[in-house]
Structures are given as structure tokens and as C-alpha cells.
Design a protein around this ligand. Structure first.
Ligand SMILES: Nc1ncnc2c1ncn2[C@@H]1O[C@H](COP(=O)(O)OP(=O)(O)OP(=O)(O)O)[C@@H](O)[C@H]1O
Length: 341
């Protein structure tokens, strides 16, 4: 593992107790220009019924991590480390086992339902498919009844089962995707930027719906977004990702209100807070861009954009260390950040 969790949550928990557990996960894409390290030594644990938010800017490796969980990455991706679903290593599953696990044990809601749904099939048939696939004893009539129940749970009338994806609004299509994700009563749902393509009001409704459904059904949630504020509202823990690594992890309210890593702090400050009087902490852009994963800087990868960089940041990549209140952060200058806050 490249990341050391000193005094972190991972060391104290019995393996196999988590619905999802990533141990030293690395994903590198093979390209003509050389390897692109998209995920670099990630350790994460999601207990049963937990809701973990994964935040970070575009290109930091969030979708790669999500795809790795169900082995949905392209062939050019080289994955090392362990991905444990209920203690079972996804990397060593046979294709048959993997097919059984997808939908039934874990399902993913991707961004942009239009691309995930088949445009020439009725949505009811698409929701019924994983149900029929996973339980050969279920009759078509029983699957249709289940589809009607699922549509009702996601706030759509049963008659919508007959619609084609293009006949639905973006929000309705995303509700269909959520119904599909719930169809086989999984233990884990991974929601990868589930509302990116939707307008703000609909985004809030869909996120609330996901939150309500996972609690109602006791499903664990890994929610991925660039928006730390949204994640803080719907998750109990937050992990902040930068240039392929987790740079901060901890209880959602603590990380959002008082991040220990300057990147976590910048992400929290980038969005207005609900209830903030006259924008005391208005939205603030983070200067610069994340590094190109194929050409990472020496030392801390955030140093070139960091407001508190010092000489010591430029020599080695800081390990993830205990940062108080059940948090971990990968910053050698977190005390300076604390003093300045
Ligand atoms: N198939 C691929 N081949 C080569 N590089 C890839 C491939 N897919 C992703 N990458 C690179 O891996 C890095 C991580 O990408 P990823 O899509 O996981 O990030 P992300 O945080 O999910 O971004 P976004 O929010 O834009 O989806 C990026 O530099 C991206 O360009």
C-alpha cells in the first residue's frame, strides 16, 4: 500500500465486516504515451448501512475507482490491490460470479442516464432485466409487478414502464436508473455523479430520493461528486480525492466544516453553504488545475496550488495520517492550516 493509515479506521476494523473495502487500490491506464496512473494506493472502508461520499475535481480518479468496484473498466486499465465486496475479492471472481454479484450485491448509478439506458427498449423491460436474470424462478408477471413497485418507490407511475427513454425527462430517466439499481435489493449502491446532467431543483430531488431509499432499505452508499456540500448533506463520511489519492477522510460534518487538508478546505469553500448569512463564505474558485496524472509533480501533488506550501512539501508525497476527530489527512502542514482557520 502506498498510503499509510496511522491510527486510521482501517487498522482497527475486522476485515470482512465492510460491505465495500478497498485495500491499496491502484489503477493505471495503458496509453500510447505511456501509463496513466488514475488511482494511486487507495484504502477505503464502507460499513453496512454507511454512506460514504467521495469528492474531487474532474480527472482525480473518482469514476475509475467506481468502475473498478464492479470490474467495469476498459481493458487498458491495470488494477492492483484488493477490492472486497462483503469480504469477497472482486479481482479474483470468475465471470459467472461477477455476473451474479452485479445488480444483486452491488449496483452503480452512472451520470447521464441517457447513455446507460438502451434507447430502443421500454424502460420497464430494462428494469425487469436484472430481476429476471438473477432469479430464474421469477415469472414475467411477477417481474412486472416488481417493476411497478420500484417505479412507485422512485416516484413514477407504473404506466411509465411502457415508455422509451427519450419519452422521459432527464430526472425521470435518472429515477429509472435508480429503480434498476434497487431492482435486486443490493447491499451497495455506487452513485457516480448521479445528477450532473440535471437542473439544480431536480438534482436536489434525486439526491434526496437516493438518500431516502438507501436508508429505508439499509443499503450502503458510495456517492461520488465534485460537490463536497452535496456529499456532506447526504453522507456520514467523506473522502476527498486528489490526483488519484485520498488526501482526507473522516466524518462528513467535520471534514466539510473544518477540513484538515488544504485541498479539502478549498473544495468546501468552493460552494456556498446552506444557511450562510449573506455569503460570509461565498463560492471561491480554486486557482490552477489538477496535475496531469501522467506527469505528477515531485512531493505533494497539491503543492503547486496550495496556499500553505513550504519546502518540506516538495520532497515526498505526504502519507495519510491521523488528524483528530476520527479523521485522516495527507498534509504535513495541517497544523498551519488549523492555526489560520
Ligand atoms: N480509458 C482511459 N484511458 C486513459 N486514461 C484514462 C481513461 N479513463 C480515464 N483516464 C484518465 O484517468 C484519470 C482519472 O479519470 P476519471 O474519469 O476516473 O476521473 P474523475 O474524477 O471521475 O473525472 P470526471 O469527474 O471528469 O469523470 C484522468 O486523467 C483521465 O484522463
Amino acid at each position: 500500500m502506498t498510503q499509510t493509515v496511522q491510527d486510521g479506521a482501517l487498522e482497527n476494523e475486522a476485515p470482512g465486516h465492510d460491505v465495500l473495502r478497498l485495500e491499496g487500490l491502484h489503477v493505471s491506464y495503458k496509453t500510447a504515451a505511456g501509463p496513466v496512473p488514475a488511482v494511486r494506493g487507495v484504502d477505503l472502508a464502507l460499513p453496512a448501512g454507511g454512506r460514504l461520499g467521495l469528492a474531487g475535481e474532474s480527472g482525480c480518479g473518482k469514476s475509475t475507482l467506481a468502475g473498478a468496484v464492479l470490474r467495469l473498466l476498459p481493458k487498458s486499465a491495470r488494477v492492483t490491490g484488493r477490492i472486497l465486496l462483503d469480504g469477497e475479492d472482486v479481482q479474483t471472481m470468475t465471470w459467472g460470479r461477477l455476473r451474479a454479484v452485479r445488480w444483486a450485491q452491488a449496483s452503480i448509478v452512472f451520470q447521464g442516464a441517457m447513455h446507460s439506458l438502451n434507447p430502443v427498449r421500454r424502460v420497464g423491460d430494462q428494469i425487469a432485466e436484472p430481476i429476471l436474470l438473477h432469479d430464474k424462478k421469477v415469472s414475467r408477471a411477477a417481474a412486472d409487478r416488481r417493476v411497478a413497485t420500484l417505479l412507485d418507490q422512485v416516484g413514477l407511475v407504473a404506466a411509465r414502464a411502457a415508455a422509451y427513454p427519450h419519452e422521459l425527462s432527464g430526472g425521470q430517466r435518472q429515477r429509472v436508473m435508480i429503480a434498476m439499481a434497487l431492482a435486486c435489493s443490493p447491499r451497495l449502491i455506487v452513485a457516480d455523479e448521479p445528477t450532473t446532467a440535471l437542473d439544480v431543483m431536480i438534482q436536489a430531488q434525486i439526491l434526496r430520493l437516493i438518500g431516502e431509499l438507501v436508508s429505508e432499505h439499509g443499503i450502503s452508499l458510495l456517492m461520488i461528486s465534485h460537490d463536497l456540500a452535496v456529499l456532506a448533506e447526504h453522507c456520514d463520511r467523506l473522502a476527498v480525492m486528489y490526483a488519484g489519492r485520498i488526501v482526507e477522510e473522516g466524518p462528513a460534518d467535520r471534514v466539510f466544516a473544518d477540513a484538515r487538508h488544504p485541498y479539502g478546505r478549498a473544495l468546501a469553500d468552493a460552494f456556498p453553504r446552506i444557511g450562510d448569512a449573506a455569503s460570509r463564505r461565498g463560492p471561491r474558485g480554486l486557482p490552477g488545475d489538477p496535475p496531469d496524472p501522467a506527469h505528477l509533480p515531485e512531493g505533494c501533488t497539491f503543492a503547486p496550488r496550495c496556499p500553505i506550501t513550504a519546502e518540506e512539501c516538495l520532497t515526498a508525497e505526504p502519507p495519510l495520517i491521523a488528524a483528530g476527530d476520527g479523521r485522516t489527512a495527507a498534509c504535513v502542514r495541517m497544523d498551519v492550516l488549523r492555526e489560520g482557520s
